[in-house]
Design a protein around this ligand. Structure first.
Ligand SMILES: Cc1cc2nc3c(=O)[nH]c(=O)nc-3n(C[C@H](O)[C@H](O)[C@H](O)COP(=O)(O)OP(=O)(O)OC[C@H]3O[C@@H](n4cnc5c(N)ncnc54)[C@H](O)[C@@H]3O)c2cc1C
Length: 346
């Protein structure tokens, strides 16, 4: 596995608002910065409401969240941090000279002098189909909506097992109907079929209230599925149907997890990580910012994530150099921006 020998002053884990602003502010404080994001795109939770309008970020008039993400990414890139996508950080190692190494789930190693955890609620993981043996089909034709490759479903008979938010699944059904030859939607609640956002199409059939009861296959591929009718309590109500399918798609929502980071020895009296007023954790050189931070006046908003990020960067800077000023010069008086202002005609 790659061992990136370059050691950064600060490494930020998480590319949501806290991580993005920390990347900008770390550059402003003359630190070499690396940002590592588990997902394939930056933006964090904002991606889950990208089509909504945000009103409550200071100094930003009402803005489509997708546009806000673009602007935050642009600002984060100001001082050209190294940005790594698609790596979920799992382990932390520490050398005697204080260098820390964070290791991704896929074995990539990143060396750093200070660390900022901007993890939000963690990495979203699909809620699994709770049927014994289901996991062995994940390499073949059992897919989870959050990670499925739509190309695999083209022209196929697809069974979609969904529960949770009706609208999310309705959008998924419309997309599927345009792609697959036949879609059988299995829903645990009768009142969720079909919602006004999913217009009935000839290729979509509904079974509700039904749940997937059994997968039939040779251990490599699912060949058929038995679905069973359930009553209001979720208990089996007798009626069953077996159907042959090409692909099974599961959309049971997601659950965010910190994964192995919870074993690093960080203090955790709530669902997130305890921090002091400098956003320092109990681990030397490890700071926390954004929704991942727990302290008495914590603000679970984009504005709070931005403020945390600046505080965590200032603390990381002073951890590396106790003689450094408490905060960066303001941008209006910082020489760093003189040429940039000229280039922008400002
Ligand atoms: C539906 C909804 C609507 C909202 N509306 C508003 C609003 O209108 N205004 C407002 O101010 N706030 C709003 N919020 C809250 C706001 O989105 C959060 O406060 C903000 O996103 C927190 O930013 P963050 O950077 O701390 O975390 P996140 O945005 O959650 O980003 C964390 C990032 O860290 C990554 N990550 C986690 N663990 C790892 C790991 N081990 N390795 C690598 N990467 C990792 C994740 O993949 C994620 O991208 C809303 C939240 C939701 C859910």
């Amino acid at each position: 596995m790659a061992d990136r020998m370059e050691r950064f002053d600060v490494t930020i884990i998480g590319g949501g608002p806290a991580g993005l602003y920390a990347a900008f502010y770390g550059g402003l404080r003359d630190m070499s910065v690396k940002l590592i994001e588990a997902g394939s795109e930056l933006g964090g939770r904002l991606r889950s409401y990208a089509d909504k309008t945000v009103w409550d970020v200071g100094g930003v008039p009402p803005i489509r969240c997708a546009r806000l993400i673009e602007q935050m990414i642009r600002q984060a890139r100001t001082f050209e941090p190294t940005i790594v996508l698609g790596q979920r950080i799992a382990e932390l190692e520490r050398r005697e000279d204080g260098t820390m190494t964070v290791v991704s789930a896929s074995g990539e190693r990143h060396h750093t002098r200070a660390l900022i955890l901007a993890l939000g609620h963690g990495v979203p993981q699909p809620r699994r189909l709770e049927i014994e043996g289901a996991q062995r089909y994940e390499a073949a034709n059992l897919h989870y909506a959050a990670t499925a490759d739509p190309g695999r479903l083209r022209g196929k008979t697809v069974l979609l097992s969904c529960c949770g938010s009706g609208n999310v699944s309705a959008v998924r059904i419309e997309e599927l109907a345009a792609l697959a030859a036949r879609v059988v939607v299995v829903r645990g609640r009768a009142d969720l079929q079909p919602s006004d956002r999913s217009r009935p199409t000839p290729s979509v059939e509904y079974r509700a209230p039904f749940v997937v009861e059994r997968l039939h296959g040779d251990g490599n591929r699912i060949e058929a599925v038995t679905i069973a009718r359930v009553d209001g309590e979720g208990d089996f109500a007798g009626e069953r149907e077996r159907m042959e399918v090409d692909e099974v798609l599961v959309d049971h929502g997601t659950r965010s997890e910190y994964g192995p980071i919870v074993r690093w020895g960080l203090e955790k009296t709530s669902w997130n990580f305890d921090a002091d007023e400098r956003l320092a954790t109990r681990l030397p050189g490890v700071f926390v910012a954004g929704d991942a931070a727990n302290y008495p006046s914590k603000l679970h908003l984009i504005a709070g994530a931005i403020s945390d990020a600046a505080i965590a960067v200032n603390s990381a800077k002073r951890y590396l150099d106790p003689t450094a000023p408490k905060s960066a010069p303001m941008s209006t008086s910082s020489a760093k921006f003189a040429d940039r202002n000229k280039a922008l005609g400002l």
